[in-house]
Design a protein around this ligand. Structure first.
Ligand code: FES
Length: 64
């Protein structure tokens, strides 16, 4: 699924950036070598980043 039309970013790419440590949508975009243009995707991208980071925290909590 495409998350950002302006930058042709897929959901998988945004998830990968979040798993690599990007704490917010704009950081995820920077990690992927671009930046928000129109900004209409940022809320959805942030939901994806939040979801991915929450899953990472759960994995860390189980491993601890
Ligand atoms: S759709 Fe992502 S910046 Fe426009």
């Amino acid at each position: 699924m495409i998350v950002c039309i302006c930058n042709a970013l897929s959901e998988d790419e945004v998830r990968t950036a979040a798993r690599a440590g990007a704490p917010c949508a704009k950081s995820a975009y920077a990690h992927l070598g671009c930046e928000a243009q129109c900004g209409s995707c940022l809320c959805f991208a942030q939901e994806i980043v939040d979801e991915e980071r929450a899953q990472l925290l759960q994995v860390d909590a189980v491993a601890a």
